[in-house]
Design a binder for this molecule. Sequence first.
Ligand SMILES: Cc1cc2nc3c(=O)[nH]c(=O)nc-3n(C[C@H](O)[C@H](O)[C@H](O)COP(=O)(O)OP(=O)(O)OC[C@H]3O[C@@H](n4cnc5c(N)ncnc54)[C@H](O)[C@@H]3O)c2cc1C
Length: 388
Amino acid sequence: MGTGNTFRTLIIGGSVGGLAAAHELRAAGADVAVYERSAGRLRARGAGIVMQPEVAALLDRIGVGAPGVSVELHERQQLHLHDAPVRYAAPQLMTAWDTLYRVLREPLSEVCYRLDSELNRVRVEDNEVTAVFTDGYTAQGDLLVGADGIGSATRRLLHPGSHPVYAGYVAWRGLEPESAVPDHLLDLLAGRFTYFGADGMQMLCYLVPGPAGERTEGSRRVNWVWYANVADRDLPPLLTSRTGNRFTYFLPPGDAHGDTVGRVTACAETTLPAPFAELVRISRVFMQPVYDLPPVRMTADHAALIGDAAGTVRPHTASGTSKAFGDAAGLAEALRGWDPSRPLPASALENWEAQRLARLLTLSDAGLELARRSTLGIPTACHYFSDR
Ligand SMILES: Cc1cc2nc3c(=O)[nH]c(=O)nc-3n(C[C@H](O)[C@H](O)[C@H](O)COP(=O)(O)OP(=O)(O)OC[C@H]3O[C@@H](n4cnc5c(N)ncnc54)[C@H](O)[C@@H]3O)c2cc1C
């Protein structure tokens, strides 16, 4: 049990959702410790992130204004294969996973953030929760928060038998230093959200801050995402790296097999408008298949799930990160002032769960509808990257 009325919280997963939970729960009176599976520096999975209100609200509370960590866009433009782009005004702020990670992590230097800590088991005894990690290390707390993403071990332990399901399409991605992108492409892309759609595919692109959060011209990065339908049977070879490693959720930059890179570039040349095809050609591509992880109960005995671990939303609503932040803020509010010598605030937690599950459902429905409109994940639409 915590000292005085401070409750000890073990946060599993030290990505942006886990860090948001650390900030919010500390502000609500918790002593927090974060346990992250990665042994070293976390690999940025999300690349570009559209700034959303929940993220901006936490940044404000920790004294970092959203504009200070974002690249500003003023227009949207749709590219066409043969016609000129169609443009309209649409101001928006864009940030990046590593920028957010850094600004959230820095103020937590006093907090225990243990790397190389893969959750293996959870035990609850006498109102105390024990997390057991694969290296045998154990940690005790009053509450455990699973922020361990789409492959969540916390979720598997609380809800055995729930697995992510492949949605039928992948996201090829690129995140290139602005300095490596030719001027004629930057003239077209900088300051704009640029997109293109065709049968069974959609591509979008915008600039984000540089690797150390740089926002000045010349030091930002060009972030692009190219969604394309890929049949189930064609996915495993695409996720197999140059060295034969088989990835599941993320093929890192530089790991794609030479043949795969060749096929991606060739497909880009024949299907995308010339500026997007060129961008793909000059990029170190990486890839994320899109998976659905359906909602489950977010509360359990002395445990809670947040972010992707609680259920995913399709990326088209650009709200995976903000959903995780909203989950964290609401959980902290429900627990504010909880004295761990007393029972958990069950009714506040039930309300939190009901509200956040409703939000998840709204977002996941909206994401499915956007995917459907773009013929993504639709079996009868065009499919790509088959070697049959
Ligand atoms: C193609 C694509 C594009 C996307 N674009 C956007 C976008 O533009 N904007 C946006 O907001 N969202 C986007 N998302 C969604 C976004 O990536 C996630 O919703 C968001 O990162 C959720 O954060 P999280 O902290 O819950 O999970 P994650 O970021 O996945 O973090 C989970 C962490 O837990 C750790 N972990 C896993 N297992 C264990 C374990 N057993 N023990 C300890 N630690 C563990 C992992 O190493 C990781 O660091 C996109 C997703 C995809 C697939």
